[in-house]
Ligand binder design. Structure first.
Ligand code: NDP
Length: 294
């Protein structure tokens, strides 16, 4: 079997186009233009790249963006004061505090201060709590997990009753993706570093989500023939044959697993592009919640 390649780049573009269309529609009807504020504390180069690319995407889609950069030495109270100011700002519908924050700051306290209605990252405990509970709806769902579910639904007519195995239980990927799969009526097994006999567990999965951060850990004999495999991992491995001296690989041994799976996401170009697309969708949603269309 040779798996269908799930083209996250193209699917993310589809989402961005839909968001841009709805933003334009809001402008035409005189409704507020969605606004995203980012807060970057310190000079972490990777965070700077992420924030820049969020602003660039906002600009392309017609979303207003507000960039707040603070020195690494900023005291906790000042970061919280900024978050509270943004909570009150009518032009700001979504607030994104870029993580990780410098070690001197209490990340938990900063995130708790973001208004639940502006929590476009979906990490506020109230949003996560609502995601976990039956009959409740979070205002926002975390972006990477939401992107994963979107990719799965593009490839499977229904997730109901499927055996889903999630490798990883982090707050930002593994756990929320597992909660979303439960909401889709899948039967979910969550694995982590203390799980025993992973290949046996994963071999029963109709849907396998790998989010551990271990290069090419999932091998062909871990995968049930015909399974849909979502590879979230982004790992640098040395490769002197490339200009940069490294290449990116996922948590899944792509070449061999694509001979067994029915569909698979590549790395890069699978889950990666979905994260910012879903952030844009969440920012639009935040504006819709505060100022509904029609
Ligand atoms: P974390 O390091 O926070 O979590 C890793 C999880 O994997 C933990 O739950 C850990 O278990 C588990 N784990 C680690 N080693 C093993 C093992 N040998 N066997 C089974 N489970 C194991 O990582 P993240 O969730 O933040 O990220 C995971 C990967 O996804 C990374 O490669 C990251 O770069 C990528 N990523 C990609 C994104 C995107 O595409 N946009 C966004 C976010 C992340 P335990 O809990 O027991 O420690």
């Amino acid at each position: 079997m040779s798996a269908v390649i799930i083209d996250g780049k193209a699917i993310a573009e589809e989402i961005r186009n839909q968001v841009a269309e709805k933003v334009a529609q809001r402008k035409q009807t005189g409704l507020s233009v969605p606004g995203l504020a980012t807060v970057l504390v310190g000079e972490n180069p990777a965070s700077q790249v992420y924030v820049r690319s969020k602003h660039k995407t906002c600009e392309k889609l017609g979303i207003h963006s507000f960039n707040h950069v603070l020195p690494a030495s900023t005291p906790q109270a000042e970061v919280i004061a900024l978050v509270n100011e943004l909570n009150q700002d009518k032009n700001v519908h979504g607030i994104l505090v870029q993580l990780p924050l410098p070690k001197t700051l209490n990340e938990e306290e900063v995130l708790l201060n973001i208004s639940v209605k502006k929590d476009v990252d979906g990490f506020h405990p109230i949003n996560i709590g609502n995601l976990a509970q039956k009959g409740r709806t979070p205002s926002f769902v975390p972006c990477t997990p939401a992107g994963i579910i979107h990719l799965l639904k593009k490839n499977l007519p229904s997730l109901e009753g499927k055996n889903a195995v999630v490798l990883g239980r982090s707050n930002i990927v593994g756990m929320p993706v597992a909660l979303l799969l439960v909401r889709e009526n899948a039967t979910v097994t969550i694995c982590h570093s203390r799980s025993q006999d992973l290949p046996k567990i994963t071999a029963a999965a109709d849907i396998l989500v790998a989010s551990v951060g271990k290069p090419e850990m999932v091998r062909a004999d871990w995968v049930k023939p015909g399974a849909v495999v979502i590879d979230v991992g982004i790992n640098r491995v040395n490769d002197p044959s490339t200009e940069k001296g490294y290449r990116l690989v996922g948590d899944v041994a792509y070449d061999e697993v694509s001979e067994v799976a029915s569909a698979i996401t590549p790395v890069p170009g699978g889950v990666g592009p979905m994260t910012i697309a879903m952030l844009m969708q969440n920012t639009l949603r935040a504006a819709e919640l505060s100022d509904p269309l029609g």
